[in-house]
Design a binder for this molecule. Structure first.
Ligand code: SF4
Length: 433
C-alpha cells in the first residue's frame, strides 16, 4: 500500500520520553487544555498518572471520555485544541505534547492489559437493539457507549473496509489504515456487530426501522464536488478524498509516473493531499487557491508543514481549463485574478478539494429534516433528529469537522438513545403489569 511508504509524523514515545514530558505538566487547576478538548478528557489527571507510571489508569481516564482516544491522539489538530491552550504557550517553554502522551497511554496500556480491561464492565443485556448506518468515528463512538450500556448494536457499512474517515480519509502521516482498523478491532471486542458491504438505501432503510428500536445516522459526506470544466472526468483527475482513499486502500495504485501535481482548494483536505503527494515523491506539487492565502480554511500549522515539505502555494488562482493532447498529456489554464491574466502549464495529476456532496436520500426517506445546505438537523443536546426514533451526528450534521467532534457527538447521541430505550422499556413494563 502506497501509504505505508510515509513515515509516522509523531511516533510512539518511549517510556523515558513519556515520563519526561509528563513530568513537565503543571497539573493546572481549571486546566485550559480540558476546556479545549471537545470530549473533555481530564488531561492533567491522565498526564499525572503517566508521570506516576500508572499507564493503565491514564488510559482508563482517557477512554472514560473518548472511546476513540487512540485515533484522536494521532489525528486531532492538537495545535488548535488542547496543546494550543496549554499555559506553557504563554512562556518560553514548548507546550505539553498532550496528543503524544495520550497515544502512549492508550497504545501501551492496550498492549499490556487488553482494551476491555481499560473500560468499565458492560451492563446486563437490555434486550434493545440499535442500528447505526455508516462506520466512521461517530458511529463507533456511539456504538461503544451503547454496547457498554447493555444494548445490542449493529453497524452497517456499505464499503468493504470499516472506519470511514479514520481508515480511508486521514493523511497517512497522521494515521494509517492498519492502525485505524486496529482500534476498530479493539472496539469490536465490546460485542458490536459490523456488517460490511451492506449498503442501506432509501428503499431498504424501512426494514431497519421495523427491526431495530432506534437508528443512528452516521453517513458522513458523499462524493467529492467537481468543477464545471470540460474533460475533468478523464484519467489523472481525482476528487481529493477519492485520491486519499486510493492511496490508503488500493494496493495496485501507483504514482511513479506523476511528476507534477496541482491541488485545487484551500481547506485541510487540500493541504493533506498536497502534503501527502509530496511525501510520496511527487516532485512538483502546487496548490491553487482562488482567494488570498490568509483566507484559506486550512490550519496554519498544516500549511506550514506542507510548505516545509515543498508544496508551493499560489493564491488568487483558479483552474479554468483542462485539455489533453494526442499523447493524453494534460495542460491546464490557470487564471490569476490578482494579475488579471491567465497562464498555461502542464500537469500529470489534478486533485479537486473543493468540498463534498451531502447524502440526503436516506435522511429524506426517514423523514429527517435537513437544513438549506443539506445537513441533517439535530438537537445539539441530544443528537436527536426530527424523527424521534432517529439520532445523528458527525459530518452529515456538521458538514465536516474533526474526528474528535464526531466522537463527542456520538457520545451525546448514545446517552440520549439510552434514555429513550430505558423509557420504552419502563413503559412496556407498566403496560404489561
Ligand atoms: Fe498541563 Fe498544559 Fe494542561 Fe496545564 S494546560 S494541565 S501544563 S497540559
Amino acid at each position: 500500500m502506497l501509504e505505508e511508504k510515509i513515515h509516522d509524523k509523531k511516533p510512539l514515545y518511549s517510556k523515558t520520553a513519556a515520563r519526561a514530558e509528563s513530568s513537565r505538566c503543571l497539573f493546572c487547576h481549571d486546566a485550559p487544555c480540558i476546556t479545549h478538548c471537545p470530549t473533555e478528557i481530564n488531561i492533567p489527571q491522565f498526564i499525572r498518572q503517566i508521570a506516576n507510571d500508572d499507564i493503565k489508569g491514564a488510559a482508563v481516564t482517557i477512554l472514560a471520555s473518548n472511546k476513540l482516544g487512540y485515533s484522536c491522539a494521532r489525528v486531532c489538530p492538537t495545535e488548535v485544541l488542547c496543546v494550543g491552550a496549554c499555559v506553557y504557550n504563554h512562556s518560553d517553554n514548548a507546550p505539553i505534547q498532550i496528543g503524544r502522551l495520550q497515544r502512549f497511554a492508550v497504545e501501551v496500556a492496550e498492549e499490556r492489559f487488553g482494551f476491555l480491561a481499560l473500560l468499565p464492565n458492560k451492563r446486563p443485556p437490555s434486550g434493545k437493539k440499535v442500528a447505526l448506518i455508516g462506520s466512521g468515528p461517530v458511529s463507533w463512538s456511539a456504538a461503544a457507549e451503547l454496547a457498554l450500556l447493555g444494548h445490542g448494536v449493529t453497524i452497517f457499512e456499505k464499503k468493504a473496509v470499516p472506519g470511514g474517515l479514520n481508515s480511508l480519509g486521514i493523511a497517512p502521516y497522521k494515521l494509517q489504515k492498519k492502525d485505524a482498523i486496529k482500534e476498530i478491532e479493539w472496539l469490536s471486542e465490546l460485542g458490536i456487530e459490523l456488517r460490511l458491504n451492506n449498503e442501506i438505501s432509501a428503499n431498504s432503510v424501512g426494514s431497519l426501522v421495523k427491526e431495530y428500536d432506534a437508528l443512528f445516522l452516521g453517513v458522513g459526506l458523499g462524493e467529492d464536488k467537481l468543477l464545471n470544466i470540460d474533460d475533468l472526468s478523464g484519467p489523472g483527475v481525482y476528487g481529493a478524498t477519492a485520491l486519499i482513499e486510493q492511496i490508503k486502500n488500493d494496493a495496485h495504485f501507483d504514482l511513479s509516473a506523476v511528476k507534477i501535481a496541482h491541488v485545487i482548494g484551500g481547506g485541510n483536505t487540500a493541504i493533506d493531499i498536497a502534503h501527502e503527494l509530496k511525501l510520496l515523491g511527487v516532485e512538483h506539487v502546487t496548490m491553487l487557491y482562488h482567494r488570498a492565502e490568509k483566507d484559506m480554511s486550512g490550519y496554519a500549522h498544516e500549511i506550514d508543514a506542507a510548505r516545509k515539505s515543498g508544496v508551493v502555494f499560489r493564491e488568487h488562482e483558479q483552474l479554468k481549463e483542462l485539455v489533453r493532447d494526442q499523447n493524453e498529456n494534460m495542460h491546464i489554464t490557470v487564471f490569476d485574478s490578482s494579475e488579471q491574466k491567465s497562464y498555461k502549464t502542464q500537469t500529470d495529476l489534478v486533485a479537486l478539494a473543493i468540498g463534498q456532496q451531502k447524502i440526503i436520500d436516506l435522511a429524506e426517506a426517514l423523514g429527517v429534516n435537513l437544513d438549506s445546505m443539506g445537513r441533517v438537523i439535530i438537537d445539539e443536546q441530544t443528537g436527536r433528529t426530527s424523527n424521534l426514533r432517529v439520532w445523528s451526528g458527525g459530518d452529515c450534521c456538521s458538514g465536516g469537522k474533526e474526528v474528535v467532534n464526531a466522537v463527542q457527538e456520538g457520545k451525546i447521541a448514545a446517552l440520549s438513545i439510552h434514555e429513550y430505550l430505558v423509557s420504552q422499556k419502563n413503559d412496556a413494563e407498566v403496560a404489561s403489569a
